[in-house]
Design a protein around this ligand. Structure first.
Ligand SMILES: [Zn+2]
Length: 217
C-alpha cells in the first residue's frame, strides 16, 4: 500500500503514522527524517540541504523530489510506505506520480481550536530536546525536564499567534494538493478532532479507508 498523509501541523498525523506503520508493517517515511539523515551522513545532497535549511529558506521542490525518488527506490518500500510530509505541493505530487503513484491520500483535519490547544501545550527541553505536553505528557515536576532538570521552554513556533500563522500558510499551500488527490478519487477524509488519548477513533477511520486499497490488491 502506498499511502500519503496530509494534514496541518498539530493534527496528529505523526503519531498516527507511527501506529499505522507498526500495524501494517510499512515503513514510515518523513521528509524531516530524511533531511536529518542526509545531513548526518554529510552526503553531497545533505550538505546542500543543510545550507538551505540554515539560511532559513524552504528546501526547493526539485531537491525534495530527488531525495524522495531516491528513498522510494529502496527495497524496503517494495510492499508500500506511509509518507508523512511529502508531497507538500501540487508540483511535488506531480513529480511523485512519475516514480511512485500513491494509492490513497489520508487527509487529517481538526478544528483550529483543537490544534492550537495541542501545539500550544507543547514544552521542550532546551538541553536534551525532550518534548512534553502540559496535559498529554507532563513532566514529573511541573516545567522541569525529567532527564536533565532543565527548565522547559515553549518553542516560538508553538506560540498561539505563530501557530495561527502556520495554519494559514498550510491552508494556502495545501488546499490545491487536497483538490489534486480528490479529483483523482484518492482522497479519504479523516476526522482527527478528538480528545487526546482517543487516538483509536482516528486509527479506526484510517483502517477503514485502507481496507478499500487492500481489497483492490
Ligand atoms: Zn532535558
Amino acid at each position: 500500500m502506498r499511502i500519503v498523509l496530509l494534514g496541518a501541523p498539530g493534527v496528529g498525523k505523526g503519531t498516527v503514522a507511527a501506529l499505522l506503520s507498526q500495524k501494517y508493517g510499512l515503513p514510515h517515511i518523513s521528509t524531516g527524517d530524511i533531511f536529518k539523515e542526509e545531513i548526518r551522513k554529510a552526503s553531497p545532497m545533505g550538505l546542500r540541504v543543510k545550507a538551505i535549511v540554515e539560511s532559513g529558506a524552504l528546501v526547493p521542490d526539485s531537491v525534495v523530489n530527488d531525495l524522495m525518488k531516491d528513498r522510494l527506490s529502496r527495497t524496503d518500500v517494495r510492499s508500500g510506505f506511509i509518507l508523512d510530509g511529502y508531497p507538500r505541493t501540487v508540483e511535488q505530487a506531480k513529480a511523485m506520480d512519475s516514480f511512485a503513484t500513491p494509492e490513497l491520500a489520508l487527509n487529517f483535519s481538526a478544528s483550529r481550536r483543537t490544534i492550537i490547544e495541542r501545539l500550544s501545550g507543547r514544552r521542550v527541553c532546551p538541553k536534551c530536546g525532550a518534548i512534553y505536553h502540559v496535559s498529554n505528557n507532563p513532566p514529573k515536576k511541573k516545567g522541569i525536564c525529567n532527564g536533565c532538570n532543565e527548565k522547559l521552554i515553549t518553542r516560538k513556533d508553538d506560540e498561539p499567534a505563530v501557530i495561527s500563522n502556520r495554519l494559514d500558510v498550510y491552508d494556502r499551500v495545501t488546499r490545491p494538493l487536497i483538490d489534486y488527490y480528490r479529483s483523482r478519487g484518492l482522497l479519504a477524509e479523516i476526522n482527527s478532532d478528538c480528545p487526546i488519548g482517543k487516538i483509536d477513533r482516528i486509527i479506526e477511520q484510517c483502517v477503514k479507508a485502507l481496507s478499500r486499497v487492500g481489497n483492490n490488491g
